[in-house]
Design a protein around this ligand. Structure first.
Ligand code: ZN
Length: 510
């Protein structure tokens, strides 16, 4: 095939992709509205709108024309980037296009519909089961979902483990065995670290539970957002029950947060976290705008950005050296007898807890390891759905040293499984590992990084991330980013070094 006719075919695929992206952003806007401003009784019409759009998107993705064009360009499962003579950016585009087509085309419509029905029913049942602490009522639905997900995995195909196909939806190109490898490192070192911290005198964090008026929290959040470089001409902040970031276009990446007047951490660290996600999507190179490459490359890399800003920067002494004086002025009553050091220690208090979303950055990884081990056992059929609650309790005891008294605060706590989201959890912990490994490279290249942070200067860090991570969007995979930035594959060692240094200091270990 001539390069001219290659070019014409790629242009056609790009035009088709553009419309899929437009439909996806329209659907995202409706979802954003549903979580923020939609009146409660609009839900039925909204569900119909969303499911129509999802159907149209699926049709466009699986259109027969796509297959013919991808074939013509030499794309296949083994060679998704197509003909070797094509430009790198075109190969990157085709790699993602082929992958999206293949995943969708391998799933029969009937299975997709069954899965959608089953997850929507399961979510409602799960919410009731959690409220009533009644695992038995949820179990049959989880069994059905598991069967469907195993069928999905079989249809899509996998390299080593049925878990691969599910993980791949969230962390493309990563194998279960790689997660096994880094989680084994993580588990081996985290468990003793958490024990050592538990044996040290505990940090007092009661000051965080004082009265923090919402208006002042919002004002402080706005100051921080602006300092970090989140541009309100390309985004906005609203409130929702569960904070999230959503991309509605190259210049429209919105975030949400929530406020609790009696707990300081939620809104501010939630806001910084979502700003981290938004900065990633806003930093993608213009040449990819409007295409399927204009997205974060994996959920793990996405979490590396949110967690780097939230935990490594936002919970650092340097950050609060700069912001604490403003904070003390905004909350004179709550912080009357508090100094910057006791504040810093309070926001970094470590304590094994039962609920993942409330966990500190040290114990968090163990919540994820627990879920990953259970998911894998379910998918390889070495454990039944009936055995899950007891396995959860045993795992919690072994990893965190505590055991839930009820299934509501154990196996039923997360919404993910009821949504069919098996394979999603690992990305949260992978984010911490990527962040620490990237940070090591950043510190080497930007020796004044922490002095800058201490002066409230975040542009050097943001610019570094833009050039090395954000700009590439999905044109580079997570593995490619990791090796280009750090020169090696993903490892838990940099994250463990970071935790040992930070918490060894706070808790006076050794
Ligand atoms: Zn996140």
């Amino acid at each position: 095939m001539s390069s001219q006719s290659f070019a014409a075919t790629i242009e056609k695929l790009k035009a088709a992709d553009r419309e899929i992206v437009l439909l996806s952003h329209s659907s995202a806007l409706l979802s954003w509205d549903q979580e923020t401003y939609m009146p409660r009784r609009a839900i039925d019409e909204r569900s119909a709108q969303l499911s129509l759009l999802q159907g149209l998107i699926h049709q466009r993705i699986t259109a027969e024309d796509n297959r013919r064009m991808l074939d013509r360009l030499g794309c296949s499962a083994d060679n998704p980037g197509g003909d070797a003579s094509l430009a790198d950016d075109d190969r990157a585009f085709l790699r993602q296009y082929q992958r999206r087509y293949q995943r969708a085309a391998r799933l029969p419509q009937e299975l997709v519909v069954k899965l959608a029905e089953s997850t929507s029913r399961s979510q409602a049942i799960w919410a009731e089961a959690r409220a009533a602490d009644d695992y038995a009522s949820f179990a049959p639905h989880l069994t059905t979902l598991l069967d469907l997900l195993l069928e999905v995995s079989d249809r899509i195909g996998y390299t080593e483990h049925p878990y691969d196909a599910l993980l791949d939806q969230y962390e493309p190109f990563m194998l279960t065995s790689e997660v096994d490898r880094v989680f084994a490192e993580l588990r081996a070192e985290l468990v003793p670290l958490v024990k050592a911290i538990g044996a040290a005198p505990q940090v007092d964090a009661a000051l965080l539970r004082r009265e923090y008026p919402v208006q002042q929290q919002a004002a402080f959040g706005a100051t921080v957002m602006q300092a970090l470089g989140y541009d309100l001409e390309r985004g906005r902040l609203d409130t929702s029950a569960h904070p999230f970031t959503t991309t509605l276009g190259a210049h429209d990446v919105r975030i949400t947060t929530r406020y609790d007047p009696h707990f300081f951490n939620g809104a501010i660290f939630g806001t910084i976290h979502e700003v981290g996600h938004a900065l990633y999507e806003l930093g993608i190179d213009e040449k990819y705008h409007g295409s399927l490459l204009a997205e974060g490359t994996s959920l793990g890399i996405h979490e590396s950005q949110s967690r780097m800003w939230e935990n490594m920067v936002g919970r650092s002494r340097h950050f609060w050296h700069h912001f604490y004086p403003q904070l003390a002025r905004l909350f004179p009553a709550a912080l009357v007898d508090v100094n910057p050091e006791s504040f810093y220690r309070a926001i970094n208090r470590v304590e094994p807890s039962l609920i993942r979303v409330e966990a500190d950055e040290v114990t968090y990884g163990l919540h994820i390891v627990l879920r990953f081990e259970l998911e894998k056992a379910l998918l390889s059929r070495t454990m039944t759905v009936a055995e899950l609650p007891e396995a959860w309790r045993a795992g919690s005891r072994r990893l965190l040293g505590i055991e839930p008294r009820s299934d509501a605060e154990g196996v039923l706590q997360d919404i993910h499984w009821s949504m069919g989201g098996i394979g999603y959890f690992p990305t949260y912990a992978l984010g911490n590992l990527y962040a620490a490994q990237f940070m090591r490279a950043i510190e080497a290249e930007l020796p004044s990084l922490w002095d800058d942070v201490q002066r409230g200067e975040f542009a050097p860090l943001l610019n570094w991330l833009r050039v090395n991570v954000h700009a590439h969007g999905r044109a580079r995979t997570a593995q490619e980013l990791c090796s280009s930035i750090t020169g090696s594959e993903l490892s838990a060692a940099p994250f463990m070094d970071y935790l040992r240094a930070k918490y060894g200091d706070i808790y006076g270990l050794r």
